[in-house]
Design a binder for this molecule. Structure first.
Ligand SMILES: [Zn+2]
Length: 259
């Protein structure tokens, strides 16, 4: 086991057949905690179950993924919203929420995603939990929404997988928005260059596992490879950076963990 444990700040643990093995494989390389992000009613239920089974290792995001906002039946979506409202206070974070214009191809669908994002923001402010945000083909829209939310409420926001534009990262740095970096920086030089621009005090690590990246299956243990790469990019010792990023994570969360 490595000396400093780090957190995979965005993954989908319930999508693995054997989450217990995944957690122990991750812990073996120093990834001692994961945040598992709910995406609909079923995965929110599973996320809460995993957190109660592994209270020292699993944190829970409760939310409805923007792709689900436009693909679920009206009935399933309503059930997800009511589950989210009923259980928001049990979450460590609100999300995965955000916008996805790959799927929301017209104004009506985009409006539906925006409306759902607002519901997540209202709940996050009410229960005082940070938000975990997805953005695809609408980086600026999600970033602007995150900045306004953080400015108006003081509650933190994380832009997940937000390593596409150095210009936007300079704006998130100025606004105090957290950005998580994933395994895309291991192969994609442009993503690595953007990652090196993220303010050290706002930097988080994630994997989005089990989503495969660069032809390799996703796994929370890859957060360790991301840390190694980030340390090289930033020219700091890996263990020092690990401790720094963990302090960021606790600040983002707004409370101690384990609870
Ligand atoms: Zn995700």
């Amino acid at each position: 086991m490595q000396s400093s444990q780090i957190t995979d700040s965005h993954c989908h643990l319930e999508q693995f057949e054997d989450p217990e093995t995944v957690l122990s494989e991750a812990t073996d390389v120093g990834v001692g905690r994961v945040v598992t992000m709910g995406q609909d009613e079923g995965s929110m239920r599973q996320a809460l179950e995993l957190a109660s089974r592994f209270p020292d290792q699993v944190l829970v995001g409760l939310g409805i993924h923007p792709v689900n906002v436009v693909t679920l039946t009206a009935q399933a979506l309503a059930a997800s919203v009511s589950f989210l409202r009923d259980h928001a206070a049990e979450a460590d974070e609100i999300g995965e929420t955000g916008l996805d214009y790959k799927w929301a191809v017209d104004e009506e669908l985009q409006q539906a995603q925006h409306k759902m994002l607002e519901i997540h923001f209202e709940l996050a402010a009410r229960v005082q939990r940070p938000v975990n945000l997805h953005s695809r083909r609408c980086l600026r829209q999600v970033m602007d929404a995150a900045i306004a939310f953080h400015r108006d409420t003081g509650v933190h926001a994380q832009l997940h997988w937000f390593t596409q534009s150095a210009r936007l990262v300079h704006q998130t740095n100025d606004a105090g928005i957290f950005v998580s970096v994933g395994p895309s920086i291991l192969q994609d030089q442009q993503a690595a260059d953007v990652a090196s621009e993220i303010d050290n005090a706002l930097l988080l690590i994630e994997t989005d596992a089990p989503v495969p990246i660069g032809g390799e299956a996703g796994h929370p243990r890859r957060a360790r490879d991301v840390l190694t790469k980030l340390a090289a990019l930033k020219g700091v010792e890996e263990d020092v950076l690990a401790q720094h990023i963990e302090r960021n994570f606790v600040r983002f969360l707004g409370r101690d963990f384990p609870r």
